[in-house]
Design a protein around this ligand. Structure first.
Ligand code: CP
Length: 337
């Protein structure tokens, strides 16, 4: 794929060489993401960060990534604060906002909305999540995290054994992750969900066609034994028209330390795209997992910054210019021990 000057709308755009290129730029950017160095390579550039649906990680990490590359960020954080609320079309909004920005990240509750917006945009658009369809940058940071965590145990993405747990029907992070994992060989995927929340058949067929060994079960204990990664997701209650339906599934698949100890291999890594539902009737990842060194959820969230920096670098074509404006940081980073 030619990243430069192009939209990033679906994980289907990526092949293995694109992923390798992205991860190699991310590795180069690690000193900047961890604030050992500063770069001003995007000085003067403007990101339009358009979030028409709630977000903590995706919005802030895209914004922080752009700032860390030296650029400025302008934001919309809800439909009600934009002129979409007055009946303006997505196409007109795209025409206007692309006149004010060098690149746009957009999240919207409707499937396909970001693609529609991109068709009218004069600058590259990155999909920050469109309804229950896709969340490509989440899949990329998840894959980066899986690769890093596996490398601690001398394992690689080829041969990965992963359990995906929870709302596989509406979870866009799961949909994009499944698609990107179909690029790797000898992958085993245990899909653990209530019957009604199974992975959409179209994605299931894509997995099978790519040679992934898929096992579907409703039993958490059975599904999480003999895997390298457990990837837990919450019930996506914002996608349910009837909240009673979401309530029926909440708390059915909760992982805690005793279930982990009884069923998992010693190095099985626990991931979650977050937010996790920490209310007592859901508690999909119990607080007693905090002491578990294999709980990678915050390392995973941290990786969102470096992966999004790498995406901006490639799409804006500055991946080889980062060092030119490199400096050391002037302030103290982090807390004293
Ligand atoms: N993982 C994720 O998309 O989180 P936010 O909804 O907080 O952006």
């Amino acid at each position: 794929m030619d990243f430069s000057g192009n939209h990033i709308l679906s994980i289907d755009q990526f092949d293995r060489s694109d992923i390798d290129k992205l991860f190699s730029v991310a590795d180069k950017l690690e000193p900047y993401a961890s604030k050992q160095k500063i770069t001003r390579v995007l000085e003067g550039a403007i990101l339009g960060n358009m979030f028409f649906e709630p977000s903590t990680r995706t919005r802030i990490s895209f914004g922080a990534s752009f700032n860390l590359l030296g650029g400025n960020v302008r934001e919309i954080t809800e439909v009600g604060s934009s002129s979409l609320a007055k009946g303006e079309s997505l196409a007109d909004t795209a025409q206007v906002l692309s006149g004010y920005s060098d690149i746009i990240v957009m999240r919207h509750p409707e499937e396909g909305s970001v693609k529609k917006f991109a068709e009218a945009s004069r600058v590259p658009v990155i999909n920050g999540g469109d309804g229950s369809n896709e969340h490509p940058s989440q899949a990329l940071l998840d894959l980066y995290t899986i690769e890093k965590e596996l490398s601690q145990n001398n394992k690689s993405l080829d041969g990965l054994r992963i359990a995906l747990v929870g709302d596989l029907k509406y979870g866009r992070a799961v949909h994009s992750l499944c698609k990107v994992l179909s690029l790797y060989s000898k992958v085993t995927m245990n899909l653990i969900s209530p019957e009604e929340l199974k992975l959409p058949i179209k994605i299931l067929n894509q997995l099978k066609a790519s040679g992934i060994n898929v096992i579907q079960t409703e039993n958490l204990e059975e599904g999480i034994s003999e895997v390298d990664i457990i990837y837990v997701t919450r019930v996506q209650e914002e996608r349910y028209t009837n909240k009673e339906d979401a309530n029926r599934y909440r708390g059915l698949l909760s992982l805690n330390q005793s279930i982990y100890t009884a069923n998992c291999e010693p190095n099985t890594v626990i991931m979650h795209p977050l937010p996790r539902d920490s209310r007592s009737d859901a508690n999909e990842l119990d607080t007693d997992l905090y002491e578990n060194p294999n709980l990678a959820i915050f390392r995973q969230a941290d990786n969102g910054v470096v992966i999004r920096m790498a995406l901006f670098s490639l799409v804006l074509g500055i991946e080889n210019k980062i060092e030119e404006s490199s400096k050391s940081v002037n302030w103290k980073v982090g807390l004293n021990n």
